[in-house]
Design a protein. Structure first.
Length: 316
């Protein structure tokens, strides 16, 4: 039997090609993962292909793809595969995206129903080219999932909707169960790590969600290993708590290519435990802080724990 290997010759990051190379460091033992081999992994992959859907698992080169897809957990990435931003940490392709696909919400709903998910995470590329940043498309996806899989809880991971007045509020009004938007790093590093974003815009977005509906769980995430300091991480935690964010994720930044931001250091599992303890002490209902933590990693189990934590707090 002949095996056909498809090679993608597109330049995923044309804006990064002139940058000097940053050598990729060898990963420590606590970060290495096994290659995916299970039959369920391949079934999940084929379902995404048959529905013509993208996943952040593939596009962002997530190290947990083998584990998650083997459990039929796939984080769907809507609004195309091309992002209008050029963050130096991200492996999603950048450039001019295609027009939004009006049929995509239906296909997402069907895929969620076919997978039989209890909890689904939906993320997207940034769409600065669209008047509302893709807010109405998010709403359509939420509605389609509810129509196709009424028992599935919905977590969304949105862009910042920078310079898109009212967009975040419209998405919050669709009442997802969890509204996630990642700060990604500390304010000092935004000019080099997240140059197209604004730290306080991201904080305002999370705060506005709670103003629309205080019952919506809010969530945000940080990467470490980019040169941030412990006091800076503590300040970000404080800022998120002022915005009443419920859930914080913290994971190790991993460099996708030599053209991306360099890993300054690999944070040890013991340090992650210390960060988790610090976050819990500041009042987050749920914290996930490990080297391999990503926004949607173990999202279904974490959502169950998040609900239980709120119920316990309200009963106290």
């Amino acid at each position: 039997m002949n095996t056909r290997i498809e090679i993608d010759h597109r330049v995923r990051h044309p804006e990064k090609q002139a940058r000097a190379d940053n050598p990729i460091q060898r990963k420590p033992a606590w970060i290495r993962v096994k290659a995916p081999t299970s039959a369920v992994y391949h079934e999940t992959r084929e379902l995404m292909r048959s529905k013509n859907l993208s996943t952040v698992c593939e596009e962002a080169s997530c190290p947990n793809i083998g584990e998650c897809w083997s459990q039929r957990h796939a984080t769907m990435m809507i609004m195309g595969e091309i992002c209008t931003r050029a963050c130096s940490f991200c492996n999603v392709a950048t450039g001019l995206p295609n027009p939004l696909d009006a049929d995509e919400p239906r296909r997402v709903g069907e895929a969620v129903a076919t997978l039989g998910l209890r909890h689904v995470v939906i993320t997207s590329v940034d769409r600065d080219d669209v008047a509302d940043g893709g807010a109405d498309h998010f709403v359509a996806v939420i509605e389609a999932i509810r129509a196709a899989a009424a028992g599935t809880t919905i977590e969304i991971l949105t862009p910042d909707f920078l310079r898109k007045p009212g967009a975040g509020e419209r998405v919050a009004a669709a009442r997802p169960d969890v509204f996630n938007h990642n700060l990604e790093t500390v304010p000092r590093l935004y000019p080099t790590i997240r140059p197209g974003a604004r730290y306080y815009q991201s904080l305002r977005l999370l705060d506005k969600v709670k103003q629309v509906d205080p019952a919506i769980f809010t969530k945000s995430g940080l990467m470490v290993g980019l040169g941030e300091t412990r006091p800076e991480i503590g300040q970000v935690m404080d800022d998120l708590r002022i915005a009443d964010v419920d859930f914080l994720t913290i994971g190790q930044y991993l460099q996708p290519t030599v053209k991306h931001a360099a890993v300054e250091r690999f944070v040890t599992p013991e340090e992650f435990e210390e960060l988790a303890s610090m976050a819990r002490a500041k009042g987050f209902l749920q914290v996930s802080a490990t080297p391999l933590t990503r926004s949607s990693y173990h999202a279904d189990a974490d959502f169950a724990a998040l609900r239980a934590a709120r119920a316990k707090k309200l009963a106290a």
